[in-house]
Write a protein that binds this ligand. Structure first.
Ligand SMILES: Cc1ncc(COP(=O)(O)O)c(C=O)c1O
Length: 401
């Protein structure tokens, strides 16, 4: 244990089991710790650093905005945020944005917005159909929508009707829409913390259809899948559908806290002055970085670059899957959101993560046996090869049962 670990133990509440590594510097796709050891960052700060670290376009925007002002309050017109809102809307659904500081706060905003709609155009419909194993945040409203027992535990929960369905169970979904009166269907296009499990594109289309038939709203939680991670700006776009509400956060602030809700046309009249608010969001600095991220993704070919880099990583991983079918049961996800579903025990998966870390590769684990990769779109072909060669070496040493 180094000094930082013991100070962390002493002064920070232990809500995360932390790696005993203090990061001194992050450049490109590499993290460097205080002892000078480098790690290839295949996790991007929990899906935040979509363009890696210290991207020149992002840093330029940071310095320029820092020279202007850092905070002004929602009493003034916030020009970086207005520009960002315009670009997000123009590249998703017609509507308006409420900005937040985090993903969970975006979920909370959605709960209040849908509540207003329920009492108005929703004709008494209320609550959400949510996906089994979904994750929508850890504040109380968001926890109510999250379907992971270790997250919701026995914390007090607001009285919001919630109907859970397996993302693979279309009949169950239809039944809920017919038998209950939910206001909305809420889904992550790819369940992240739930094990990198994609909702099939046909199911997303069916969800849209069911919402149109029953007068419900379709809400996409794009907090992890959005801002280029799956190869399009938002992952629902692969299905060619038009949701009524989109949650975003993580990558949108270029590394600074920012999130929000894109409210489609049915919802834009629901909030009036005084109905909702927050002091900090949208931070002009975060919004300026958000504009820089969109410059790279939408104008400088960032989405295409990410798709190209992701394709290479997927090809290498498919080769490993063919070579080690007793270790890799399947690959899941899309673009730079990948799950390597293993046949290993939870202990062996955790051990593999530790060994990769010792060899300079930072990966995550979801649902105990899925190696979760959330690499930056900037991950080079050479970096993918280094990682997959390392996996190859480690898999070759594992016994075939
Ligand atoms: C799909 C999804 N929704 C909501 C959240 C909550 O976001 P935050 O941690 O910024 O509150 C997360 C965070 O991991 C997420 O992945």
């Amino acid at each position: 244990m180094n000094d930082w670990s013991s100070l962390d133990d002493t002064y920070i509440l232990p809500t995360y089991s932390r790696l005993p590594i203090a990061i001194a510097e992050a450049k490109g796709n590499t993290l460097i710790d205080t002892k000078g050891k480098s790690y290839l960052d295949l996790f991007t700060g929990l899906a935040v650093n979509i363009l890696g670290h210290s991207h020149p376009t992002v840093l330029k925007a940071l310095h320029e905005q820092a020279d202007r002002y850092l905070h002004i309050s929602n009493k003034f017109l916030n020009t970086p945020a207005i520009s960002l809102a315009k670009r997000l809307v123009e590249n998703s659904i017609p509507g308006k944005i409420f900005f937040t500081n985090s993903g969970a706060e975006a979920s909370e905003t959605m709960v209040k917005l849908i509540h207003k709609w329920s009492q108005d155009d929703g004709k008494g419909r209320s609550g959400f159909i949510v996906m089994k194993r979904s994750f929508h945040g850890r504040t109380l409203g968001a926890v109510r929508l999250t379907r992971q027992a270790n997250v919701y535990q026995d914390f007090p929960q607001p009285d919001i009707p919630v109907y859970e369905v397996d993302p693979e169970d279309i009949d169950g979904l239809r039944r809920l829409c017919e038998q209950e009166r939910p206001a909305a269907i809420l889904a992550e296009p790819i369940l992240g913390a739930g094990g990198v499990q994609p909702v099939p594109l046909d199911t997303l289309r069916e969800m849209e259809q069911l919402c149109r038939t029953h007068g419900m709203l379709l809400c996409m939680d794009e907090i992890q899948t959005g801002i280029g991670r799956t190869g399009t700006l938002f992952a629902y776009q692969h299905a060619g559908i038009e949701p009524d509400l989109i949650l975003f956060a993580k990558g949108v602030g270029g590394g600074l806290p920012l999130g929000g809700v894109i409210a489609g046309h049915q919802l834009v009249e629901m909030f009036q002055p005084g109905d909702h608010g927050t002091t900090f969001a949208p931070s002009p600095l975060s919004a300026a970085l958000g504009n820089a991220v969109l410059d790279v993704l939408l104008e400088d070919g960032g989405l295409e670059m990410g798709r190209h880099h992701a394709e290479h990583l997927w090809d290498r991983l498919r080769e490993l899957q063919e070579k080690y079918p007793h270790i890799i049961s399947s690959l899941s996800g899309r673009g730079m959101m990948l799950g390597i579903r293993t046949n290993l025990s939870p202990q062996a998966t955790a051990q593999l993560q530790q060994t990769l870390l010792a060899r300079g590769f930072l990966v995550d684990i979801a649902q105990q046996t899925v190696i979760r990769l959330l690499p930056p779109l900037t991950l080079t072909v050479e970096e993918s090869d280094q990682f997959t060669q390392q996996l190859d070496t480690l898999f070759a040493q594992m016994p075939v049962k």
